[in-house]
Design a protein around this ligand. Structure first.
Ligand code: FES
Ligand SMILES: [Fe+2]
Length: 417
């Protein structure tokens, strides 16, 4: 349980809120790069700031204020130029560094004017990595963008899946250090929804939590497992500060504002041996719906089930009224580490888990209990595998995979002609 003040401190991310200032010190995935292929300007809201993300005609990305510095027109309706973005209202142009590069009428009638030098627009660095566009919105110099080892794997089909979640970021991230929910939210509950009359999932008998440089890990023992299982010897990674690394995919919970979160998931599925070598030309990005036509939450897919858990806790979960139990030790550790990081930035130091050495950031390994999903295996074995076989028809984690993406996936796997 937290006090009202502690809950506000850990959850609020907009404007000068300390947690927003802390999270801004990390790189965050904010879009799929492929999203800009057809429409090069995307309005985004991050940490309570309205911005536009764009790819200009030279292929460079920018993230700048959504409103023009002239008279505040919406730059989501501007157009891209060889170096930046031009406002459609009176033609002012801005580049990715936030400089005003053209003020067309004044440039003609007052060629010596200094308006361009006198004004600028908020701008943040953007990088492309693993089919995602990453933004850094903290103080400069920016730390390195970590290339998690998983991004370097080849012979896999990758996809980026995004959803807008109408609740605060922290309750989403607390899910990343919550092993026991798996047994209930992803096993017993879906079985009941399908008509089962009893709960039959293997019960958790022991959970442990540990800290390391890039986050926390949880380890679990369930009925039928023994202590040599990698879920006990290695476990899963609550990736600092707002990610969840599951060995074959990574999820991030990126704050839009105090009451909304962008869920970004990056999936990798290794193709069967017969389909190697496989080189993916473009990593697709798509939006996964969270409500059905009747307006109810979608419950059919794993991440959608998580979302039902998160939004059900309220827009900002009221932690003055919760009751933590033995399964929540990791949640308490996560909150304590956030508080330690808040104290560190207050002292002018870096928070935990930042990398400033480019060599180190170029390939960062993480504990991985799912390494066996990433090995090359024959198609017949793939299709008979208890976990891989769940992926035989498309994406089992997030609802609404577009037909074109599913077909590309099935072709990559060698399951469709
Ligand atoms: S409002 Fe953008 S150029 Fe005038
Ligand atoms: Fe979950």
């Amino acid at each position: 349980m937290l006090t009202r003040e502690q809950n506000d401190l850990l959850t609020r991310v907009s404007g000068p809120a300390p947690m927003g200032q802390l999270l801004r010190r990390y790189w965050h995935p904010v879009a799929g790069a492929a999203e800009l292929d057809d429409q090069p300007i995307k309005p985004v809201r991050l940490f309570g700031e309205d911005l536009v993300l764009y790819r200009d005609l030279s292929g460079n990305h920018g993230l700048i204020d959504r409103h023009c510095p002239h008279r505040r027109a919406d730059l989501a309706y501007g157009f891209v130029e060889p170096d930046g973005l031009r406002c459609s209202y009176h033609g002012w142009a801005m580049n990715a560094a936030g400089a005003v590069t053209s003020v067309p009428y004044d440039d003609i009638v007052l060629p010596a004017h200094r308006l361009k030098q006198a004004c600028s627009i908020a701008a943040y660095p953007v990088r492309e990595l693993a089919g995602m566009l990453w933004a850094y919105m903290g103080p400069l110099p920016a730390p390195e963008l970590p290339v998690w080892e998983h991004f370097a794997r080849d012979n896999g089909f990758c996809e980026v899946v995004l959803s807008d979640i109408p609740c605060n970021w922290l309750q989403c991230q607390e899910n990343s250090i919550d092993p026991v929910h798996f047994e209930w939210l992803h096993e017993n509950w879906p079985q009941r929804l399908k008509g089962a009359s009893a709960s039959s999932a293997a019960r958790h008998t022991k959970v442990e939590f540990d800290e390391f440089e890039f986050g926390l890990t949880y380890r679990r023992l369930r009925e039928g497992m023994n202590e040599s299982d990698e879920m006990w010897t290695i476990g899963r990674v609550c990736l600092w500060p707002n990610g969840f690394y599951l060995g074959d995919h990574i999820e991030w919970r990126v704050p839009i504002d105090d009451e909304n979160t962008l869920s970004v998931s990056w999936f990798y599925t290794r193709v069967p041996q017969e389909s190697e070598p496989y080189v993916q030309e473009r990593i697709p990005a798509w939006h996964s719906p969270i409500r059905d036509e009747a307006g109810r939450w979608i419950t059919s897919h794993v991440i959608n089930q998580d979302i039902v858990g998160w939004v059900g806790q309220g827009t900002i979960a009221d932690r003055t009224r919760e009751t933590l139990s033995a399964s929540d030790k990791g949640i308490a550790m996560l909150r304590r580490r956030l508080q330690r990081d808040l104290a560190a930035i207050e002292r002018g130091e870096d928070p935990s888990g930042l990398i400033r050495d480019p060599e180190r950031a170029a390939r960062v390994p993480l504990p991985n209990a799912n390494a066996h999903y990433l090995a090359a295996i024959p198609r017949a074995e793939w299709l008979a595998h208890p976990f891989l076989s769940r992926r035989a028809a498309g994406n089992p984690w997030a609802a609404g995979q577009p037909d074109a993406v599913r077909l590309a996936y099935l072709r990559a796997m060698g399951f469709a002609g």
